[in-house]
Design a protein around this ligand. Sequence first.
Ligand SMILES: Nc1ncnc2c1ncn2[C@@H]1O[C@H](COP(=O)(O)OP(=O)(O)O)[C@@H](O)[C@H]1O
Ligand SMILES: [Mg+2]
Length: 380
Amino acid sequence: MDIEELIKIEKAKKKIFKDESVLDINYVPEKPLFRENELKLIYLELSPLLDGIRATNLFIYGVTGSGKTMIMKYFLEKVVPQLGKEINYSYVNCREMKTEYKVIRSVLLDLNVPFPKTGLSTSDAYEKLKKALKSPVLVVLDEVDILVKNAGDDLLYNFSRNDKVTIVGISNDPTFIDLLDARTLSSLKRKEIVFRPYNAIQLQEILRQRAVLAFNEGVLDDDVIPLCAAFAMNYYGDARKAVELLHLSGKIAVMEGSDIVSADHVKKAMKELERSSILDLIRSLPNTQKCVLYVLLKLFERQKIVTLNDVVKAYELVKDKLGFPDVSYKTISRILNELETYGILSGRVVGRGRGKGVSKTIALKVSLDTLKRGCEDFLT
Ligand SMILES: Nc1ncnc2c1ncn2[C@@H]1O[C@H](COP(=O)(O)OP(=O)(O)O)[C@@H](O)[C@H]1O
Ligand SMILES: [Mg+2]
């Protein structure tokens, strides 16, 4: 690409965006919408901390993109300072810190206590934390279900036994509580707040609030925001998807050198987002599922429709050469059903002709290319 091309894009960008940074996923709005009640509840539960007293542990649930992270950050970064108060806190994203050691180290660093990345044990970390904690601290464990699924519930247990620590656990998955040991549950006296999913109208308002800051006046076609909101309703009212889609639509308009963002740009952005979320999904599948998916890929490269029997046979043929695990007919059938619920496949039970029973045929719901890309990562 030459410089002139870049200058052109830069110009197009200035035409479309006023301030692109407000479309960033971590942006915390000046005034969040629709979550006054939830904010009030958080304030009420955590207010002892404003006076330096330990508060009750709090768990926040809600689907992805319902504003949990944003409201918690808003409370800590904007509300508390505006009250002229201070809370001693550590915010930990458990998607990144998936082990006890990493979480404790992250808390220590937030408390300005140096701690090595490796070389010491988890009990060393607890020891250090115990010594470091002179006054109450709030530990926000965002996406805490990921920590528990990966490393068990020892950290929750140990933190709940520490009389200086108040825990806020945030999770998309309320059922993770079932994974906790009875001993942890009883030690972890807790309050719970649920963030209900947004509806389409609310999503539109959230987008409008963001769009006024992000885009130049008159740049967005009228149907852009309703389209973005409708798309996010397919994801249980996920505001993150909605904002992401609006952002990507703007970027596509820029790349095309357009002066406005139109429904057409949104549609292109939707395709792109769908594709990348399928890729993420494929990457996150357990190994056996990926092996079955790989065999499916090979079959779909040759034919449009495959049957369960085709998959079982093809799997048997290649498994030893590729070092895939042994799986039973039943397991393959179950995995195919799972892939169907993820929207990767569509299945149909069909008659095989009079007296011959029924069989299941499977078609691919994503493009062969997407599947190929997902599987490539896995095999290399
Ligand atoms: N009520 C709201 N008002 C304004 N923006 C919101 C609201 N709820 C969510 N958002 C925005 O949507 C995105 C996703 O929110 P987030 O807090 O990350 O969701 P969660 O943590 O529940 O998955 C963020 O960019 C956030 O700023
Ligand atoms: Mg979050």
